[in-house]
Design a protein around this ligand. Structure first.
Ligand code: FAD
Length: 323
């Protein structure tokens, strides 16, 4: 096995934090297989983001910029990532929406085995094995890949963000390999970004999540608590499906995976599909009026109470403590 290639994620000329988790993986994987790691920065603003990527101790930074890469489409990116990836033993990205879209296509083009959403990389002599959740996180499997190239996506919350080491990796410009045939059938229409003053859900230190119980008062009850704590707001699928919260706030098996320092589950029953997205949180606080709600089995602190009276009291208490 040769070296490791990190496929960076770029937004507005900056590396997204997701990339830092993939770099942490790459540092460990490269040390295990006795190779180096490089970072591929592709897309709009790649040149600018490359300067930031230089500080992580990579062997080199590969930059691909082209007018047709301005708006992300997997069909335009995958051929170039695969063309560069074929020179590496391991190609890694993060299991974000971007990674989940792009990396399986890269793996298919390379004829490579693919381990998705891994939570741990295990050194097995000079080889790599990957721990990954199965059955909504109720079981873990250990995967090993036997193809010459391995493609891996890492769960962001399971790998600490790499810190810059202050180095200056050399930058190499690589030509765009052109779109895949499938790109002819795909058109970029628009990118509608939700702008919020709150931290990004998957990156927040504190998450305040609400369930179906909040009904139309979802924002009225949760926003003051989130504001008091500088927290991101999350939601159960039932709350999203009922239209009380937008679907991009959904936490769980079919939503976002979060692992903040502090997670509030407010009026959330604790179905396994919800737990799959938050049980890695450091401290879990649950407020539920049903003492038998399953959420209390994973909660560090549980309050059997009516959320509509408890949460405003909690907000008052936090504000008083802040002075
Ligand atoms: P409920 O189960 O209705 O629970 C509401 C809770 O609020 C109850 O425990 C109740 O006691 C409490 N409550 C009511 N009133 C009050 C009050 N006044 N004060 C305090 N507590 C109160 N779910 C997810 O969340 N994320 C996922 O990603 C997800 N993916 C899924 C994928 C599949 C394939 C399937 C089948 C399901 C998935 N689900 C997911 C749905 C999941 O099974 C549950 O239905 C959902 O999580 C329930 O949401 P909830 O806890 O908000 O609602």
């Amino acid at each position: 096995m040769a070296d490791v290639l990190v496929v960076a994620e770029v937004a507005e000329g900056k590396l997204k934090k997701t990339t830092h988790s993939a770099i942490t993986f790459a540092q460990k994987a490269a040390a295990t297989i006795g190779g180096t790691f490089s970072i591929l920065v592709i897309g709009d603003g790649a040149g600018k983001a490359a300067a930031e990527a230089q500080g992580f101790g990579a062997a080199k930074i590969l930059v691909v910029e082209d007018a047709s890469l301005k708006n992300y489409l997997a069909e335009r990116y995958a051929p170039t990532v695969a063309a560069i990836g074929k020179n590496y033993g391991v190609v890694v990205g993060t299991a974000s929406a971007y990674g989940k879209d792009l990396l399986p296509r890269v793996a298919a083009r390379l004829g490579a085995g693919y381990a998705s959403d891994i939570t741990e990389v295990i050194a097995d002599g000079g080889a790599l094995k990957y721990k990954r959740p199965m059955f909504a996180g109720n079981a873990f499997g250990i995967a090993s890949i036997s193809t010459p190239i391995q493609v891996v996506s890492v769960r962001q919350s399971a790998f600490a963000a790499a810190e810059p080491t202050g180095g200056q990796s050399p930058v190499e410009t690589v030509a765009y390999a052109g779109p895949s045939k499938a790109a002819e059938r795909v058109e970029f229409v628009s990118f509608d970004q939700v702008k919020s003053a709150r931290p990004e859900l998957t990156e927040a230190r504190v998450v305040v999540s609400g369930g179906r119980a909040l009904k139309e008062k979802f924002n009225q009850v949760l926003d003051p608590l989130a504001d008091a704590l500088g927290a991101a707001v999350g939601a159960s699928r039932a709350a999203c499906d009922a239209g009380y919260a937008p679907s991009d706030l959904q936490v769980g098996q079919t939503g976002k995976i979060v692992a903040p320092q502090l997670y509030f589950a407010i009026g959330i029953s604790g179905a396994i599909q919800h737990l799959a997205g938050m049980k890695g949180s450091k401290v879990i606080v649950a407020i539920n009026k049903d003492a038998d709600a399953p959420i209390f089995q994973v909660a560090d602190y549980g309050l059997v109470a009516d959320l509509f009276t408890t949460v405003p009291e909690l907000v008052k208490g936090i504000q008083a403590a802040k002075g």
